[in-house]
Design a protein around this ligand. Structure first.
Ligand code: ZN
Length: 413
């Protein structure tokens, strides 16, 4: 019997998340997000743009972290336009790149009004197929092909495009609901139709412009699984992403685990450890500078708060009266210690004494003064780079992997 198809998570915070207006992450913050995503058991992180020059050192350094086993087993994948020139440039800048997604628009709207005659329906398929073959020849192990604006693409053309992608060597098609116009039943039907004729795994990439992003993503995944193929849902931490955002990572995992009609029959492939969710989401909120809404599923301040008489009484008698899942499962419930007295912080103008105090408090010791001075210098750079106080996780990272940290901070315009 064939293996039961599963649902994988591909997080795109470090790509769709950071290309969003007003959302920025430094290269150190992107690195930390990758480490936390790996701890959480995410299958793949789309970790950036290999053709964008200021990403080069960060991308190569993170692939080194993967080799060292720091980011393992999570895959790191790059986002590229599906054009041979970009594929060529990507593998030149980031030679150890193994996983890529190649993106090109497929809707009439974009073919006519974006490419404006530069490419037509036929040349889009040709260009994409050439890019896929080139990526394969340059060492790509897995290639996803992104149909940008797939949800507004004529299904017959989308099928033709997807078949060509598969034939060229792609292992997945990314169905992009670029404008967030999908609805749950509609995406289910379209993915069913697409997968039953192309017979290929599919990525579901949705946006929240109509407030249905999580429902659309899980229904798309369900359609792929029902047709016998794996689904790869694209997520962002705290639901960041272009405009109204992408599918929130934690909400997607909770939906697959707990939603009626999904929980018993559909399964996340990797070993997801939601216990890391709290730490990841809090860190991302700090790094983005965007607070977590109090009503955010699982993570918001109100997610396990009860006040009204009947609810409070019920929750105290038996949590299942008013709580669908446990706060412990999300890594919540531990007290957090906040220093309210004297604090020494490490910043871009720190000296050695204060710096050693900061690391003593983290119980990190240095071999000798020389090593301490070297890490201090890097911590200064990390602060110049981040422009806000470093978190304990970041301080630990810089001390543990100073040479990799140096690469991450280095940009050569
Ligand atoms: Zn997107």
């Amino acid at each position: 019997m064939a293996k039961k198809p599963k649902i994988y998570i591909i997080d795109v915070t470090n790509r769709d998340g950071v290309q969003t207006s007003r959302i920025c992450l430094t290269k150190l913050e992107k690195t930390m997000i990758n480490i936390y995503l790996n701890d959480l058991g995410v299958f793949q992180s789309e970790f950036g743009f290999p053709v964008t020059r200021h990403e080069t050192n960060y991308l190569n350094a993170n692939l080194e972290l993967a080799e060292l086993g720091v980011i393992k087993p999570m895959r790191l994948s790059g986002w590229l336009r599906a054009i041979p020139k970009d594929v060529e440039g990507a593998f030149k800048a980031v030679p150890k790149l193994k996983h890529v997604n190649l993106s090109i628009s497929t809707s009439d709207q974009m073919i006519i009004h974006k490419f404006q005659g530069k490419l037509d329906h036929k040349s889009i398929i040709d260009e994409m197929a050439e890019a896929v073959k080139l990526a394969k020849s340059l060492g790509a192990e897995t290639i996803g092909v992104n149909a940008e604006d797939a949800s507004r693409t004529k299904i017959e053309y989308l099928i033709e495009f997807s078949k060509a992608a598969k034939e060229a060597g792609a292992c997945r098609l990314r169905y992009c609901d670029t404008l967030g116009c999908e609805s749950p039943h509609n995406i289910y039907e379209r993915i069913s139709k697409l997968i039953s004729s192309v017979k290929m795994d599919v990525e579901i990439h949705c946006h929240n412009d109509l407030g249905m992003v999580v429902a659309n993503s899980v229904m798309g995944a369900k359609a792929a699984n029902d047709a016998g193929f794996n689904a790869y849902i694209n997520t962002c931490v705290n639901g960041m992403g272009e405009r109204a955002g992408n599918a929130d990572l934690v909400s997607i995992i909770l939906a697959i685990k707990y939603a009626a009609g999904l929980r018993d029959n559909y399964q996340i492939a990797e070993e997801v450890n939601l216990k890391k969710a709290w730490e990841l989401c809090k860190y991302a909120s700090y790094a983005f500078g965007v607070p977590i809404p109090i009503n955010q599923p699982g993570i918001g301040a109100n997610a396990f708060a009860h006040e009204s008489g009947i609810h409070a009484d019920g929750a105290l008698k038996d949590r299942r009266n008013y709580e669908l899942y446990d706060f412990e499962e999300l890594g919540r419930g531990e007290p957090e210690i906040i220093e309210t007295g004297r604090q020494i912080t490490a910043g871009e103008y720190s000296g050695i004494k204060g710096f050693r105090n900061v690391y003593d408090n983290l119980e990190i010791e240095f071999k000798d003064d020389k090593e301490a001075a070297k890490v201090l210098e890097l911590v200064r750079y990390a602060n110049v780079h981040n422009q806000k106080p470093l978190t304990k996780g970041e301080l630990r990272f810089v001390a543990k992997y100073p040479d990799i940290a140096r690469k991450i901070f280095t940009m050569e315009p």
